[in-house]
Design a protein around this ligand. Structure first.
Ligand SMILES: Nc1ncnc2c1ncn2[C@@H]1O[C@H](COP(=O)(O)OP(=O)(O)OP(=O)(O)O)[C@@H](O)[C@H]1O
Length: 974
């Protein structure tokens, strides 16, 4: 059976990336590169109808299976060679199947991790496409047959297809955007075709279908010699990866690419009677082929040949590995037998003769997981040490050089082991630190033990303290088992859950109260603006209607009876009831959310329609920033926000309260004579409310301090101040409503999370898992702290790996990574992130190759959309390198990250290296620090943990690099 784990993905890039990201091929146990000549065969086709029609003669004959001769006249024999020998030659009667047998070994070596390329070269209409189609078909058959006969390995096959047409690289699997793809130079991967789509093949049928798409998309035109002449060079690339199945205890993988290359005709333009478009094509075709010929010629001369001009054409750049590099290569040269094409056939044979001399250095591309590598190195060190301690007398005969090499290797290994030890010690000290912290916390808050928190929120594997070593390395095997693992085991206690549900309900209740209060204040505020313009009046009327609606929602929700948990009833009965009740209330929170949304829109409109709004733009900016900074100080999920309400909602229409700060700020540096309001403001808070009269004048009751001074003030200025203050009130309410909305959204989400846990609990109960038994009285709080820290480390590793698999935004990864460092309070966020990513991973796997349907006006989520978004994000970050880092800083980074200082696209090359190795802790830490610097994110700075969660859940968030994320409420689908 072939691999069923393969999810259908579309990823850009070339297969080299896979190798480069893993341990290089020079890993222990990997076979060395093997020198091997290119396999060159020649195929003679039968005379075609055209040739027969003009009574053309057969000029060539295959005299044995390696020799082809030209049936020449004695004179001709003097001027040109007439006999050519190759690895194989095929007479016109030979079937493609026979031709395939000669290149089969090359093709199938891709299954063993060796890159392979099969070319067809020859003049137009000589049978290149005819031959390559058959070869590809047969290779696909054999590949899948091999997979079937090799059950001990997991295989995955991906395909990409491109054509080089008029020196433009076009993606044959994505003609929409892949029309002129760029070639990038990657210092490690070589030439990379940017944005080339790669699709995973589900099975042989699917692979054939994808190949047929490539062929259908290829440029074809009519020439004098061929009605359906291929006008481009086509490369179909299969990337074959395989690894031994897990239970075999060895985690080595092979990865290799297999290229099927159907070149465009090698004829001269005059021969095909081309002009216009065909002539232009011919020029480009010949440019690429000329470079190919030069490259082959130079390579055939061997090492003396000096510079090899791979870069002179796109074809040779892309196929560089296959020409004298790390690949096995076979070339099938196709010939027309006709006398009229002798010259072209000779050219082809001369190319073939050169190609015979080219030597490649193919090697097995093996990936060994870091874990395995460490084990291997440790064994090797132990072996070498033992060898040194008890030297074998025969070994002494070995040269000194050999023993020096050994010493060097031992030193190297010791260094690596030292580094591993250091990392382990670091992790241990972190655990220790965490344990201490937890003990301190428990001392100060004995009611909230870490164990309680864990019981309440964690649904992943609970680790016993002596599992430490295991937990640290467990990340490796998590990809496939993660979903099952997290859902299977639960340590959630039912009563704690119900308690949590109650707490949420209280919070909901409280939010409702606050919303109601805010609306009352808003209602009064709105009343003060009645004398505004017509638009404002309409908005106000609408707003009031919405407020009434909201109040009725609130009243309805108040009708819900919240009963206490009955300790005498069974856990299952209680929980079932809880779920039913939560479901029945489901719409209440959603309604509240929706209503708040409407109110906010109306407030926005109201603010816009205020008469002085236009000339207030600067002021508005100030107010915005003030509102924002005030909002930041508030805790959106605090247990009670009554203090915030007081801060935000002042007495309606009272400049003395709400705009105090604004006015204070405005009055700074002002003439004290005109500074009445500031002096009033400072005097007390219980001032009478001034009102606006018909003519816009502001009046106040006689006898109040305000009135007594009014004669000496500039009334216009005062009126303006009142108006500003009123507007500020509305803005404050708007900010508050925004905050309420966020809190309601969070509440909604927390409720969903709890419901999930309750359901999970039920499932466990149904499966006969005794939840209460899970309570282990002997487990100390200290153990719980250590256990959480280990869980955290494991979860974080899982998250990092899933980020990588799901191609999640690296800005998101950075923020998350830097914010959540293992605090007990981080549990919910870790949990949420893991759930989202597990969902996303499953979603991508289920989606497979199908195009996701758009959901409303939201962009559909798919792996390819995430990849595209991530690409845009990397481009964005690359631009930021200029603005955020000095030239010296950039150069230092390029050097550190092995980006050539002189290379093109250095910035993008560098950014493309960030967050690419989920298994390297140092790499992750450094990537996060760099991205944080580029986006201006600092810990404890402009992103709080609470907002973090919401940022990714808001449906209105259209920032491109967040495509691929869905509101959590949609993900959980409750
Ligand atoms: N060995 C063969 N036996 C029978 N027919 C063949 C053979 N080789 C090629 N043909 C036929 O010759 C015609 C031209 O072949 P094909 O299109 O493969 O040529 P080509 O070299 O790819 O040409 P171009 O470079 O113009 O694309 C086709 O109709 C094909 O079916």
């Amino acid at each position: 059976m072939y691999n069923t784990n393969t999810m259908t993905v579309r990823t850009p890039g070339t297969p080299a990336s896979k190798i480069d990201r893993a341990t290089p091929a020079s890993t222990p146990g990997a076979p060395k590169a093997k020198e091997e000549k290119i396999v060159v065969t020649v195929r003679l086709r039968p005379l075609n109808k055209r040739e027969q029609a003009i009574k053309d003669q057969v000029a060539w004959e295959c005299i044995d299976d390696q020799t082809i001769i030209y049936k020449s006249t004695p004179q001709e024999r003097l001027i040109a060679p007439t006999t050519y020998t190759f690895d194989k030659v095929f007479a016109p009667s030979c079937l493609t199947e026979t031709v395939y047998e000669s290149v089969k070994n090359v093709a199938l070596s891709a299954l063993m991790g060796i890159n392979a390329t099969i070319f067809a070269y020859g003049q137009t209409s000589s049978g290149k496409t005819y031959t390559m189609r058959g070869i590809t078909e047969k290779a696909v058959n054999d590949i899948y047959e091999h997979i079937l006969n090799t059950p001990e390995r997991d295989f995955s096959i991906k395909i990409s297809g491109l054509e080089i047409y008029n020196e433009n690289v076009r993606d044959l699997l994505n003609l929409d955007t892949g029309r002129n793809l760029k070639l990038l130079d990657d210092p490690e991967k070589g030439t990379v075709v940017e944005k080339l789509v790669e699709e995973a093949a589900e099975n042989d049928k699917h692979l054939r279908h994808l190949i047929s798409i490539c062929e259908a998309q290829r440029q074809v035109g009519e020439t004098a010699l061929n009605d359906t002449s291929s006008r481009s060079h086509q490369i179909i690339r299969l990337t074959i990866e395989s690894s031994l199945r897990e239970n075999s205890g060895c985690v080595r993988s092979f990865v290799a690419s297999l290229n099927f290359v159907d070149l465009a005709g090698s004829e001269r333009a005059s021969q095909t009677h081309t002009d216009g478009a065909r002539l232009r094509e011919g020029c480009h075709i010949n440019l690429s082929l000329m470079t190919l010929t030069t490259v082959i010629r130079k390579l055939s001369v061997g090492k003396r040949s000096g510079h090899i001009p791979y870069r002179d054409s796109k074809l040779t750049r892309i196929l560089q590995h296959s020409l004298g590099g790390n690949a096995r290569t076979a070339i099938i040269c196709t010939l027309s037998p006709a006398t009229s094409h002798v010259e072209q056939s000779r050219n082809t044979l001369s190319f073939a003769t050169r190609a015979k001399e080219v030597t490649n250095n193919a090697q097995v591309n093996m990936i060994v997981s870091d874990k395995q590598l460490v084990k291997h190195l440790q064994k090797e060190v132990a072996r070498l040490e033992a060898e040194l301690r008890t030297p074998d007398p025969s070994a002494r005969i070995g040269s000194e050089v050999e023993s020096k090499e050994k010493d060097l290797r031992i030193q190297q290994m010791e260094l690596e082991i030292e580094e591993l030890r250091r990392q382990r010690d670091l992790a241990q000290s972190q655990v220790e630190e965490m344990r201490k912290k937890m003990l301190e916390q428990q001392a100060s808050n004995p009611f909230e033990s870490p164990k309680q928190v864990k019981k309440c929120l964690s649904f992943s594997v609970s680790l016993s303290p002596n599992n430490e070593g295991k937990a640290l390395v467990r990340g490796d095997r998590t990809r496939n088992t993660m979903g099952r693992q997290t859902m299977r085991q639960s340590s959630t206690a039912p009563f704690t859950l119900m308690h949590e549900i109650r707490k949420l309900e209280q919070l909901q209740e409280q939010l409702g109260e606050e919303a109601k209060h805010a609306l009352e204040v808003l209602q009064k505020e709105v009343a003060c603006h009645r004398q505004g313009n017509q638009d404002a009046a309409e908005t106000i009327a609408k707003l009031q209607a919405e407020i009434r609606d909201m109040c009725s929602v609130r009243n309805a929700s108040e009708d819900v009876v919240v009963r206490d948990v009955d300790p005498n009833r069974s856990v299952g009965a209680n929980l079932k009831e809880e779920i039913t009740r939560l479901h029945s209330q489901g719409s209440t929170i959603a309604n509240l959310e929706e209503q708040l949304e409407n109110v906010q829109k109306s407030i926005d409109k109201l603010v816009l329609s205020l008469p002085s709004n236009n000339d207030q733009s600067n002021n508005e900016e100030n107010l915005k920033s003030k509102t924002h900074s005030r909002k930041k100080k508030m805790l959106p999920l605090g247990s009670s926000n009554s203090a915030n309400i007081q801060n935000l909602i002042r007495s309606p229409c009272t400049p003395l309260s709400s705009s105090r700060k604004v006015l204070d700020a405005e009055s700074e540096n002002k003439d004290p004579e005109n500074d009445i309001m500031s002096s009033d403001t400072r005097q007390g808070s219980e001032k009478p409310t001034p009102t606006k009269s018909e003519d816009g004048e502001v009046s106040s009751r006689e006898g109040t301090p305000c009135y007594q001074r009014s004669s000496s003030v500039n009334m216009r200025k005062m009126q303006k101040m009142f108006q500003n203050a009123a507007e500020e009130n509305v803005r404050s309410i708007r900010a508050y409503v925004t905050e309420l909305k966020e809190r309601v959204a969070k509440l909604q989400y927390q409720k969903q999370l709890l419901v999930c846990q309750v359901l999970e609990l039920e499932a466990n109960e149904a499966a006969g898992y005794d939840i209460e038994d899970d309570e282990n009285p002997s487990e100390t709080q200290e153990e719980a702290a250590v256990s959480w820290h280990l869980t955290f480390l494991e979860q974080r590793q899982q998250i990092i790996e899933l980020w990588d698999i799901c191609q999640v935004s690296i800005i998101h990864r950075t923020q998350f990574y830097l914010l959540f460092k293992g605090d007990t309070a981080d549990q919910i966020y870790m949990e949420v992130e893991l759930r989202r990513l597990t969902w996303l991973h499953q979603h991508f796997a289920e989606l497979g190759n199908a195009s996701p349907a758009p959901q409303g006006d939201k962009p559909p989520i798919s792996l390819s959309s995430s990849i595209r978004a991530l690409k845009r994000e990397r481009e964005f970050l690359a631009k930021r390198l200029i603005t955020r880092l000095s030239a010296e800083e950039r150069d230092a980074l390029y050097i550190k990250w092995n980006v050539p200082l002189e290379g093109k696209h250095r910035k993008l090359q560098f950014v493309n290296k960030l967050w690419t190795n989920p298994h390297d802790t140092k790499h992750i830490q450094e990537s996060a620090e760099i991205v944080a610097k580029l986006v201006g994110f600092c810990e404890g700075g402009n992103v709080s943990k609470e907002m973090f969660e919401l940022n990714f859940a808001l449906p209105s968030d259209k920032r491109p690099w967040y495509i691929g994320w869905e509101p959590i409420s949609n993900l959980i689908q409750l």
